[in-house]
Ligand binder design. Sequence first.
Ligand code: COA
Length: 141
Amino acid sequence: MFKQVNNDLDYQHVRAIRETVFVKEQGVSPSEEYDEHELTAQYVIGYDASGDPIATARYRGIGDTAKIERVAVLKNNRGQGIGKKLIQYIEKIASEQGYQHFKLGAQTHAIPFYEALGYVAYGDVFMDANIPHRYMKKTIN
Ligand code: COA
């Protein structure tokens, strides 16, 4: 089950997943992980059948484009289609808000994951938080 984050408890769950995945697992510094968009981005969270939080992502409107960021599924829950459903959920709620254009900075290891969802890579590889990335985009009609 996925939902939009609209209270502090949900947001604390988002922070806990990001702490586990980005800060502890990937070694991203907290000052880079928790950025100036922290309070204005729109977050989503996914739960397993027991109600435990296992996945999160956020998006921000930049002009006519929704930029998807901080996509994370807890390690034990990967490879089961949860990340795919998470992105599809974000696309659904953002498109209901009028967004047709989507963009993200993909860690290069995750490019095939986003390609399976219809995203296309463009531009050069760049470093962010010491991790190689490429931009990817998708338009929904
Ligand atoms: N390489 C190639 N394909 C991959 C992949 C990878 N690393 N990860 C997933 N896929 C493919 C799956 O095979 C699947 O394809 P299918 O629909 O044809 O079967 C599709 O992508 C969906 O996979 P899914 O099981 O939904 O992915 P997931 O739940 O494991 O989530 C991540 C993927 C990237 C979100 C997850 O691995 C993660 O949280 N990683 C750590 C944080 C991270 O790197 N986030 C991305 C930042 S840009």
